[in-house]
Design a protein around this ligand. Structure first.
Ligand code: NDP
Length: 286
């Protein structure tokens, strides 16, 4: 039976470390890290995510401000707000909750966030620095997955990691992160056009599922002893289920993340990590 990789517990441990880092920054520089959250419209899921992120900020002593705009907000108005937040010295990190309404070009907004405040790590400078091996802000879900693996003693150097899903916020940055010198995984990225997916997933020492298809990964797609990370969050029959057929895969894998309680809490925690890091870097003038 697979060992459970507990993201909730690890998130608490890391949040305690972040809280200490916040207090050190306050003592040494008189600066308390600040996150500005921008919410456009009234999508209930987005409201819930932003609420959770702000509560987490409060737990570790990070200031968080909420900027709520109506669903009809024109793009120029949102860009104007982002530009004001970019120059606000009390704001160290900016989070624009996605998705945005159809009249707004998401990539234009992502590009408008100052690269020094891009705590979601979605901007072109953050991505470029990651690809070039000098990451500043890494997207929160990939960073959380890396921490889950490293802090649970999963060997990555020389291991074959298969990432299923190639989105800009999970699959691609995760592949780049694990490929870095010092982490040294051999990484394969799969997607909806991959031929004979099961043949590829069965070669994985570490298998990351990030496709948004409930219980897609079956036991016969997993090499016995593999470590399986389930990123998927799918709302099915009134509960959250992952991309992994949990009960069946737990019989084959050596370790497995649950949904909920695996990757999700780590994602929120890495936003706090990135916000503290943004404040630290801004204090150093870098
Ligand atoms: P996207 O929809 O942006 O990307 C999905 C990816 O999965 C695409 O690359 C797609 O391939 C691939 N894919 C879809 N179906 C298949 C299939 N049958 N076989 C192989 N590949 C497939 O999703 P995200 O990356 O944004 O999110 C993925 C999941 O992770 C979702 O359930 C989301 O809710 C969850 N998530 C959870 C987070 C957390 O903190 N727990 C954070 C972020 C996301 P192609 O490119 O060819 O279309």
């Amino acid at each position: 039976m697979a060992k459970l990789i507990d993201g909730k517990q690890l998130a608490q441990t890391i949040q305690a470390e972040i809280a200490q880092g916040v207090e050190r920054l306050v003592q040494q520089h008189g600066v308390r890290p600040g996150l500005a959250a921008v919410l456009v419209g009234t999508n209930p899921a987005s409201q819930k995510y932003v609420g959770n992120k702000r509560k987490a900020c409060q737990r570790v002593g990070i200031e968080s401000g909420l900027h709520e705009l109506s669903a009809e907000t024109p793009q120029v108005e949102l860009l104007d707000l982002v530009s004001r937040l970019n120059t606000d010295p009390l704001v160290h990190g900016i989070l624009v909750q996605l998705p945005l309404p159809p009249q707004i070009d998401e990539s234009a907004v992502i590009r408008a966030v100052s690269p020094h405040k891009d705590v979601d790590g979605f901007g072109p400078e953050s991505l470029g620095l990651l690809v070039s091996g000098k990451p500043r802000f890494v997207a929160c879900t990939p960073l959380g997955i890396e921490q889950l693996l490293l802090r649970n003693g999963v060997r990555l150097s020389g291991s074959h990691v298969v990432v299923v899903g190639r989105s800009n916020i999970v699959g691609k940055p995760l592949a780049m992160l694990l490929l870095q010198k010092g982490i040294d995984a051999t990484v394969t990225v799969c997607h909806s056009r991959t031929r004979d997916l099961a043949a590829v997933t069965r070669t994985a020492d570490v298998l990351v599922m990030a496709i948004g298809q409930p219980r897609f990964l079956k036991a016969d797609m997993v090499r016995p002893g593999a470590v399986v990370i389930d990123v998927g969050t799918n709302w099915v029959d009134g509960k959250w289920v992952g991309d992994v057929d949990f009960e069946a895969v737990a019989e084959v894998a050596s370790a497995l993340t649950p949904v909920p309680g695996g990757v999700g809490p780590m994602t929120v925690t890495m936003l706090l990590h990135n916000t503290l890091r943004a404040a630290q870097l801004q204090c150093q003038g870098t």
